[in-house]
Write a protein that binds this ligand. Structure first.
Ligand code: SAM
Length: 254
């Protein structure tokens, strides 16, 4: 494709959520407000750090699955980092069309995309050493089902980035006033109807979203099949939400 053809296609596919740098071919401009845009630099830095710490020199031998990949920003970054194979899936075809265009403009032959829903991953059999689950968990109606599905197809680590609800400590009566059960964190129920029915491509597959508290995140990941979970320290100069730990990056180990 010539730079002019690429620019035309970028225009046809707009608006864009991410800023893709296509070198001499041009770039996409994100519709995100400028104050929110740095979130991607921080997340990318944290994902790269976690991948480097765990895989080190093995990085070019591993396969990665990017669940809820949107326009493929993180899939593209992993493919450019030289991973053996990167595969992204998402519930939204319009986002996948953009992802495929970027992969073809950059001639990334180790990168593929497909339609898929975290609620049913039966078409995926062979585990991927690395699973990316970024910015999706807090949009889901059935988070445990999706985490179990992802744990099944994760070979070594799953990097989960999520908004987190404030922690709530407490207990609930359980069959009698004499018996109680402590909370293992909480799931906040969020109504995403406005965004969902206005066809915002960042929402879940339904308008009902559940956002976990940090303790709930650890608890759910453990019960989904991960043996250890670790919330990463945000780097110096991190995007404000990650710095304030209202969003976290958690590495879950099989
Ligand atoms: C906020 S965006 C995050 C995109 C990207 N992972 C990132 O971190 O920038 C959420 C994405 O998850 C997708 N998604 C929501 N529910 C999903 C589901 N059940 N299965 C697969 N993808 C889903 C949405 O279509 C959207 O592309």
């Amino acid at each position: 494709m010539t730079p002019q053809q690429v620019q035309e296609r970028i225009g046809q596919l707009s608006p864009w959520f991410y800023e893709f740098d296509l070198g001499a071919l041009g770039r996409t401009t994100s519709e995100l407000p400028p104050e929110a845009l740095p979130i991607h630099a921080t997340r990318l830095e944290m994902v790269r750090h976690a991948v480097h710490l765990h895989f080190g020199a093995r990085v070019n031998q591993i396969r990665c699955i990017d669940a809820g990949c949107h326009e493929g920003f993180y899939s593209v970054a992993m493919a450019r980092a030289g991973l053996r194979e990167v595969h992204g899936f998402d519930v939204r075809e319009a986002s996948l069309e953009k992802a495929r265009f970027i992969a073809s403009a950059l001639q990334l032959r180790n990168l593929s995309f497909a339609h898929g829903n975290c609620e049913d991953l039966t078409s995926y059999q062979e585990p991927y050493e690395l699973c990316l689950f970024l910015g999706v968990l807090y949009h889901l109606e059935n988070p445990m089902l999706c985490l179990r599905n992802l744990a099944r197809i994760t070979g070594e680590i799953c990097i989960v980035e999520t908004q987190v609800a404030d922690e709530v400590e407490g207990s609930v009566e359980w069959g009698s006033r004499l018996w109680t059960r402590p909370y293992q964190g909480v799931l906040a129920l969020i109504d995403e109807s406005d965004e969902f029915y206005n066809e915002r491509p960042e929402t879940g597959a339904t308008p009902i979203a559940t956002c976990p508290s940090p303790q709930a995140l650890h608890f759910m990941l453990k019960h989904a099949g991960f043996r250890r979970t670790e919330i990463m320290e945000p780097p110096a100069g991190a995007y404000e939400q990650l710095a304030r730990r209202k969003r976290v990056v958690c590495v879950a180990y099989k």
